[in-house]
Ligand binder design. Structure first.
Ligand code: NAD
Ligand code: ZN
Length: 261
């Protein structure tokens, strides 16, 4: 394995971020990817913190998508969140999701830890995905814990039943997403285990501001960050590319000689 000094020297070459990352992926014995809302903006889903377009520039997350909001005013919680979650569920994978699928298939990455709830990594074909903030495939009853497809929420909401109720016990239904104020779910703890022995963590499209996920870079020996805007981890990263994820991954696949984007 090469020393950090040698890698830094390679970085100063004329080849650009994508080919530097290609070299790092070729060398690495275990690479994990951590994705955030920025990988899905090119599928038409706004992120939270981008300057100008981020959702949280207009709304307070604690107010709108928290456990507290669900419990104190469930009808308003669903009025605000359900339409945008339906948009997430209808979105299609973009070049970044497809490229990450190719990287898994070709053995360059071990798996993807995602903060996204949109399911687009799975839709693109990725197999080893840990959805640490949950997903939009199911929902459950807060009283009897019965589980239902996510469409149960949509069907009830569309016919005017707001908040949606458990068909078995009439308890309040909640989505299987990790809300502000919720404990982390199983996938988070599995993801931490998968980080064991991780040589390279490649962060894509995350502001790295939401904890505890923002702490995961600590578990990797080497760090690569692809994000349009600076993150608090940039000073620790070996490569930082302030780029659109789509164009970066186009170049990365080219640098690795992978076709079929
Ligand atoms: P974030 O909004 O805090 O940060 C997104 C980052 O991505 C920003 O720094 C932005 O500059 C960057 N970015 C935006 N478009 C990009 C692109 N095309 N290429 C490269 N970088 C790009 O998002 P986060 O770090 O994931 O954390 C916030 C929370 O947002 C997470 O908990 C996640 O569950 C939730 N969220 C998810 C979705 C989704 O499922 N698609 C959408 C919005 C928010
Ligand atoms: Zn119930």
């Amino acid at each position: 394995m090469r020393t950090r000094k040698v890698v830094r020297k390679m970085m100063s070459g004329p080849s650009g971020a994508a080919s530097r990352v290609a070299d790092i992926l070729r060398e690495s014995r275990k690479t994990m990817v951590l994705t955030g809302a920025g990988v899905s903006t090119e599928s038409g889903i706004p992120d939270y913190r981008s300057k100008g377009t981020g959702l949280w520039e207009k709304y307070d997350p604690m107010e709108k998508a928290s456990l507290q909001a669900l419990l104190s005013n469930p009808a308003e919680f669903y009025r605000f969140n359900l339409p945008r979650w339906c948009d997430y569920a209808a979105a299609q994978p973009n070049i970044t999701h497809r490229a990450l699928y190719q990287l898994e298939r070709k053995g360059y990455i071990h798996g993807i830890i995602t903060q996204n709830i949109d399911g687009l990594h799975r839709k693109a074909g990725s197999q080893r995905v840990w959805e640490v903030h949950g997903h939009l495939r199911t929902c459950r009853c807060l009283d009897c814990a019965a589980s239902y497809p996510f469409t149960e929420l949509i069907t009830q909401f569309n016919r005017g039943t707001n908040p949606p109720r458990c068909p078995q016990c009439n308890g309040l239904l909640r989505p299987d997403v990790v809300l502000f104020g919720d404990p982390m779910g199983d996938d988070y703890y599995r993801a931490r285990e998968e980080m064991h022995g991780c040589e390279v963590l490649m962060v894509v499209g995350s502001s790295l501001q939401v904890y505890p996920v923002a702490d995961l870079p600590r578990l990797a020996r080497r760090l690569v960050i692809i994000n349009k805007e600076p993150t608090p981890w940039d000073p620790k990263a070996e490569v930082v590319a302030y780029k659109e994820a789509g164009s970066f991954f186009h170049n990365l696949l080219e640098a690795l000689g992978i076709e079929g984007q």
